[in-house]
Design a protein around this ligand. Structure first.
Ligand code: 7RM
Length: 647
């Protein structure tokens, strides 16, 4: 961490919210946003106290906040229950029989659970857990396909005060074992298998393998989904459906302390073992409730669909907790976007009349690559709002999303946040702010971000630097599970007295934040520190390019030279002419300083299982080294082989 990061991207387009959207939005004027934003910073106790009071508390809090850097507490002394707020709270109203989850399996099977249904299933499963002596203070690992029981399992834990740790179903037995052991989990909730790309992927066998290395697990609950053969160990393993038949439907929600640990979610650092990000109850519920309400303008008439997996923070906050806290109806889908054909998502939007659609740039770039014919075959007119999360979105992909999926009628919210932040931190509000393609936008209520240098000095408008948050917010991580020192070192040490997010960014003259990528990914060319995102966006804006990843390779003269890995649109050929054309294109778009030294055409880029490009591995390949460090989060290991041969 040394000098500042230079910003070279010039993106001047801006789009105001369509009038039809604005007319009906919960928040639709800038004055109201400014007033609320000011209040959230000037009188945080009043602001957050009012929001929290829209939810149920068994006992009121004595104090809204307590901050002893770097440890925060919210709603001290208050007693609440997140599952109660997601479910029971809606049972006294007409929402009792409203669809909470409209689920579709990859093979095409469907289930609808109303709030009442979900309440009953969660209460029963909570009783199942209690029957195996699981309760407050215990950790429970959840390793599931995208079926309603994944949400039921999480909510059942929340109901009785067990801390859940969801492990993405695509992780290996070894990764699962590490996470179970780090959290010393007492139970595992899993399924025999789930459906993916037309076949069953087994989960229970991976649990069996993992548990050979885990001492603490006493019970395993297995949902029948894939119908694949599984071994059941007597005394330890139980079929979910059998136990569910034996329990009463009534299970009162436990009043839990506001700071009760709600969940642990592991996130991979670039080095070392995964960090167990710990979130607690009262602040998290307040923040995910409010962000869902305003950023997705969540209405009773909406059909919300977030395409993430519950194994990621996006699935926690914007599939399970945020939408249910708001009494929303949502779609949940088990499988991949291109099974049986690349129009599966659009078929779902048409069939269920989805109104709000939230996905990742990596998915959007895949849709573009597959061609416009797929979305164009479906009726997408029910859509009124689009969102993205997970990576910077290249302006060209943003425009495509707006035109081809939104038909020009939908605002797009580009939402910047992290596992650690628990909820969305920077975005535009859809009925209030103009959106600028490639910029996440402005801070949400209570969030005070800044762009600083390594000593914490604020940078001038448009100067790149480190993105930090200057004060704690309700859904901030509380610590790294079992490792307060790592928490302090990782987030509160590199820059004094602020939360350091690990991203580079700039703030423009209108106060909009432009995320330039992880600071570990910055490229230093002849003393110019460039964010990878900007060079990548320039490449992607060429019509032949589908995706691009930019890294630095050691260079005797320049310090680092830019190497670009590029995948092409279907039907395009990576030849010498195209290489030249791309170099010229980058020069024209952002200047000669950002011109790659080398362009390597590839069939695919290495990605994490949640779709983020792993530039760390590309750095190794560009330098002609073996891939180093942890590759357990890599989605497809064969990609590395192919790339090493491409040079
Ligand atoms: C929600 C999530 C966090 C990292 C974060 C950024 C990147 C996420 C955006 C983004 C630019 C965005 N949690 N990131 N959203 N970059 N624009 N809208 O993804 O913990 O898995 O990742 O993802 O680098 O630090 S996460």
């Amino acid at each position: 961490m040394s000098e500042r990061i230079e910003s070279v991207l010039q993106e001047k387009r801006s789009f105001s919210s369509p009038e039809a959207f604005k007319a009906k939005a919960r928040l639709n004027d800038k004055m109201a946003y400014n007033r609320l934003y000011r209040q959230s910073l000037d009188e945080p106790d009043t602001f957050w106290g009012n929001v929290a009071n829209e939810l149920h508390w068994f006992e009121p809090w004595d104090k809204v906040r307590e901050w002893h850097e770097p440890f925060v507490k919210w709603f001290i002394g208050g007693k609440t229950n997140l599952a109660y707020n997601c479910l029971d709270r809606h049972l006294n109203s007409w929402r009792r029989n409203k669809a909470a989850i409209i689920w579709e399996g990859e093979p095409g099977d469907q289930r609808v659970l109303t709030y009442q249904d979900l309440h009953r299933e969660v209460s029963k499963f909570a009783n199942v857990l209690k029957g195996k002596d699981i309760g407050q203070g215990d950790r429970v690992a959840i390793y599931m396909p995208m079926i309603p029981e994944a949400a039921i399992a999480m909510l059942a834990c929340a109901r009785i005060g067990a801390t859940h740790s969801v492990v993405f179903g695509g992780f290996s037995a070894a990764a699962l074992a590490d996470r179970i052991n780090d959290a010393t989990a007492k139970a595992v909730i899993t399924a025999d298998g789930g459906f993916r790309r037309g076949s069953v992927f087994p989960l229970k066998p991976a649990v069996d393998e993992a548990l050979e290395q885990c001492e603490t697990v006493e019970s395993v609950f297995v949902v029948k989904r894939g119908n694949n053969d599984v071994a059941m160990q007597a005394g330890r393993d139980h079929w979910y459906h059998e136990l569910m038949d034996e329990v009463p439907t009534d299970c009162p929600a436990e009043p839990l302390d506001a700071e009760h640990p709600l969940f642990i979610l592991y996130t991979s650092g670039s080095t070392g073992k995964p960090k167990g990000v710990l979130h607690s109850t009262g602040g998290y519920q307040t923040y995910t409730y409010l962000t869902s309400k305003y950023i997705f303008d969540m209405r009773d008439e909406d059909v919300f669909w977030c395409t993430a997996d519950v194994g990621w923070i996006t699935g926690h906050s914007y599939i399970v907790y945020g939408p249910l806290l708001n009494g929303a109806t949502q779609v949940m889908y088990e499988g991949v976007p291109n099974y049986p054909e690349p129009d599966r998502f659009w078929q779902l939007v048409e069939k269920y009349r989805v109104s709000t659609f939230y996905t990742a740039p990596t998915a959007i770039r895949a849709f573009i690559k597959w061609g416009d014919a797929w979305p164009k075959c479906c009726d997408l007119s029910s859509l009124r709002l689009l969102g993205t999360v997970g990576e910077p979105i290249n302006p060209e992909a943003w425009i495509w999303y707006q035109q081809v999926i939104g038909n020009g009628n939908c605002p797009i919210v580009d939402t910047w946040w992290q596992t650690e932040t628990g909820g969305i931190m920077i975005t535009t509000l859809p009925g209030v702010h103009e959106a600028k393609p490639g910029s996440a936008g402005l801070p949400f209520f209570g969030v005070e971000p800044a762009i600083v240098d390594v000593d914490g000095n604020e940078q001038a408008a448009n100067d790149g630097g480190y993105l930090v948050i200057k004060r704690p917010w309700p859904s901030m991580l509380r610590t790294v599970y079992g490792d307060d020192d790592r928490y302090r070192a990782q987030y509160w040490s590199e820059i004094p007295h602020v939360y350091f997010a690990g991203d580079g960014a700039r703030r423009d003259e209108d106060g909009y934040f432009w995320i330039m990528g992880r600071v570990d990914d910055v490229v230093n060319v002849s003393g110019h520190r460039l964010g990878t995102m900007e060079v990548e966006s320039a490449l992607v804006s060429h019509e032949a390019v589908a995706e691009a990843a930019v890294v630095g390779r050691p260079d005797e003269i320049k310090g680092q030279a830019i190497v670009a890995f590029v995948t092409l649109e279907e039907g395009r050929l990576g030849n010498e002419d195209l290489r030249k054309a791309l170099l010229q294109h980058v020069s024209k778009e952002i200047g000669a300083i950002a011109k790659p030294e080398e362009i390597r055409f590839a069939d695919a880029l290495p990605k994490t299982r949640s779709g983020k490009i792993m530039r760390r591995l590309l750095r190794n390949i560009a330098a002609g080294e073996e891939a180093s460090g942890d590759i357990s989060t890599l989605e497809d290991k064969s990609v590395i082989e192919q790339l090493m041969q491409s040079g």
